[in-house]
Design a binder for this molecule. Structure first.
Ligand SMILES: CC(C)(COP(=O)(O)OP(=O)(O)OC[C@H]1O[C@@H](n2cnc3c(N)ncnc32)[C@H](O)[C@@H]1OP(=O)(O)O)[C@@H](O)C(=O)NCCC(=O)NCCS
Length: 172
C-alpha cells in the first residue's frame, strides 16, 4: 500500500542521496549535478514559500518509508494547468505499481481539489517505462521537442504528454 503526504523536512536526506544518484538522474530531463544537503534545504524552504503554485508530495509505504516524490509545479490558476514530475527512487521499488498509484493520486488532487483542467509533463525519448506508465493513466503524447535536452554528452529528444480532466479515469 502506498500513500502520498506533503514533502517534509525529514525527507531531505533521502532526497539528497537520490539526487546524487547518477543512474536515477539519467532518466530525468534535469541534468546531473553534485548537490549538497544545504542546497536541498534551500530548495525545500523555497517550496514552502511558494506552496500556492506548487504541490510536492512524498510517496511512502505503509511504514512511512520513503519511496519517491511526485509534484505539481507551475500551477496556473488562469489556464487551470500545471506540470507533473515523478521519481520512484530505488529500482527495487520500481515496477510495483507505486508510480501508477502516485500519478493517479496527484491527478485526482489536481482535477478534483485544485480545479485544474490540464496536466502536462515532459519525458526523455529514451525513457520507455515512464512513457508506458503515463499512457496507462491516460496521458497522450502531444509532440516532440527535438534535441531539447543535453544528457550524457549529447542532445536528445523530449516528448510532451498531457491529460485533460475529462480524459482522467481514476483507477485508484
Ligand atoms: C517511471 C516511473 C514513475 C514508473 O513507475 P513504476 O512504479 O516503476 O511503474 P508501475 O509499476 O506503476 O508500472 C506502470 C506501467 O509502466 C510500464 N512499465 C513498468 N515497468 C516497466 C519496464 N521495466 N519497462 C517498460 N514498461 C514498464 C507498464 O506499462 C506498467 O503497467 P503494467 O504494470 O500494467 O504493465 C518509475 O519507474 C520512476 O520513477 N522511474 C525513475 C525516474 C523516472 O523515470 N521518472 C519519470 C521521469 S519523466
Amino acid at each position: 500500500m502506498y500513500l502520498l503526504r506533503e514533502l517534509e523536512r525529514k525527507d531531505l536526506e533521502d532526497i539528497n542521496r537520490w539526487r546524487n544518484d547518477q543512474k536515477l538522474i539519467e532518466q530525468l530531463g534535469a541534468p546531473f549535478r553534485y548537490i549538497n544537503l544545504d542546497v536541498d534545504i534551500m530548495w525545500y524552504e523555497n517550496y514552502l514559500a511558494n506552496r500556492s503554485n506548487n504541490v510536492r508530495c512524498t510517496i511512502v509505504d505503509e511504514k512511512d518509508s520513503f519511496i519517491g516524490l511526485v509534484s505539481l509545479t507551475g500551477i496556473d490558476y488562469l489556464n487551470q494547468s500545471a506540470e507533473l514530475h515523478i521519481m520512484i527512487c530505488d529500482n527495487k521499488n520500481q515496477g510495483n505499481g507505486a508510480g501508477t498509484f502516485a500519478i493517479n493520486a496527484m491527478l485526482k488532487h489536481a482535477f478534483n481539489n485544485l480545479n485544474m483542467q490540464r496536466i502536462e509533463l515532459t519525458v526523455l525519448e529514451s525513457n520507455h517505462r515512464a512513457q508506458e506508465c503515463y499512457k496507462k493513466v491516460g496521458f497522450k503524447q502531444e509532440g516532440v521537442l527535438r534535441n531539447a535536452c543535453y544528457k550524457n554528452g549529447k542532445f536528445v529528444n523530449v516528448y510532451i504528454f498531457s491529460i485533460l480532466k475529462e480524459e482522467f479515469c481514476e483507477t485508484i
